[in-house]
Design a binder for this molecule. Structure first.
Ligand SMILES: [Zn+2]
Length: 79
């Protein structure tokens, strides 16, 4: 897998995206990237799951949090 598809830029905006704060123009670019980048897709999915979990006040978000953590670590280490 190619490591340099601009993932670092996307990693930052994925967080905004899961908060619903991403402008439509950026969202289109992000979605195109997610379409072909499994790492970012996985991160986006786990982050969304975590935020949903936190929003519901379930108090048992450790699994989702661990997944997000794992994605971030992989990303930071250049996978
Ligand atoms: Zn990516």
């Amino acid at each position: 897998m190619k490591t340099d598809e601009g993932c670092s830029a996307f990693f930052e905006i994925i967080s905004d995206w899961t908060d619903g704060e991403l402008p439509a123009a950026s969202e289109k670019t992000l979605l195109e990237h997610l379409d072909r980048c499994a790492s970012c897709r996985r991160y986006a999915e786990s982050l969304r799951a975590l935020k949903k979990c936190l929003a519901s006040g379930c108090g048992e978000c450790s699994e989702a949090a661990a997944l997000v953590d794992e994605c971030v670590r992989k990303f930071l280490s250049g996978k």
